[in-house]
Design a binder for this molecule. Sequence first.
Ligand code: ARG
Length: 458
Amino acid sequence: MKKLWGGRFQKTPEQWVDEFGASIHFDKELVEEDITGSLAHVEMLGNCGIITKDEAKEISNGLTTLLEKAKRNELNFSVNYEDIHLNIEKLLIDEIGPVGGKLHTGRSRNDQVATDMHLYLRKHVEMVVELIEGLQASLVSKAEAHVETILPGYTHLQRAQPISFAHHLMAYFWMLDRDKQRFEESLKRINISPLGSAALAGTTFPIDREFTAEKLGFEGIYENSLDGVSDRDFIIEFLSNSSLVMMHLSRLCEEIILWCSQEFQFIELDDTYATGSSIMPQKKNPDMAELIRGKTGRVYGNLMSLLTILKGLPLAYNKDLQEDKEGMFDTVKTIEGSLQIFIGMIDTLKVNKENMEKATKEDFSNATELADYLSTKGMPFREAHEVVGTLVYQCIQSGIYLKDLPFEEYKKSSNLFEEDLYEVINPFEAVRKRMSAGGTGFEMVKKAIQKAKISLEG
Ligand code: ARG
């Protein structure tokens, strides 16, 4: 079939080569952005007298019809027209006749495709920010219900010191807060217009780039036409910001998976977010958490892939750049889906308060308390550490915990011990007293939650 660009060619490519080169099977995702961009472009062509106002009107009407059809999923695309841009142009000409061929005056698919992707990512970054806020709200409300639920905090995955479960959840709130800031900040670079850069060098037509930029809601234009058509930094930034979100989600996934294991039994997931086994009737597997942990790898892969595509690519447009899209679409779908699932998973998560607390009692995560106790009474901390370490060893030998060790034994190891030590090593008290800024003390956690709520409203 004759190509829209077929003038200088003596033969048409074979079908299978066409199919290899085409992008329509994935860039049809950009249909609405493509038509929206064209509508702004054609209005500008009319305003600047590059085509007549009547022609502009006719093209504009044709594009509006196509946009409505696109929304109803009624457009039929063909691989013979390679990509979304040529497909829309062909459909426009079918719709309104040869005047449709004037739409492409003063522009190229190179600035067109870049414009489409800027519009597409702007929309999706806004959606991602909303979803992040949704997940932050879920974390805050789960945290509010569990300020005084205590569990062991871990280092090296060994019980370290008791903490509030709310404090643990809120750690993720702040990670997501940084993620949100990164996305919001990236909008500055996403929301600029490459349209009018044309193929690479600008155009001889008296176009008005500011007009199209403003019409499309962009905050400015690319200063350099070569940069305008070959920049994909904004997509890399999106992939990188998404990788960070996925990394954070994946860490929480891992904790959720551990917490609902028989070994921990700290939480139970709602049935919606778990699956059974086809062979083992007793199983309830945390599939969604595992899947999101797994999908994190894909998102990292998409980032590495685009960085590699861009590496060493000469200016300006090269067909390599067509490879920027699938990873971007895949990442958008993955991050939006993962955040959505996460909101539901956190909202419906049941917390096994008793088991969490039990874990703080049947261990030595209160040993630091005892060392701090001695050092407040004047013993150098290093010495206190040694005394308590020896007591811990003694307990392990007799199969008991610090709370079970008789007072005489304490007295034997240091005169500084008094009966109030048993109160001090109560894990609940240990948490309550950690009132340093950003610490896990209940009152501190309540304050942090208030601060978080204000930041969500702001
Ligand atoms: N489908 C192409 C892409 O996604 C559109 C730009 C094509 N430009 C060109 N000169 N071949 O990159």
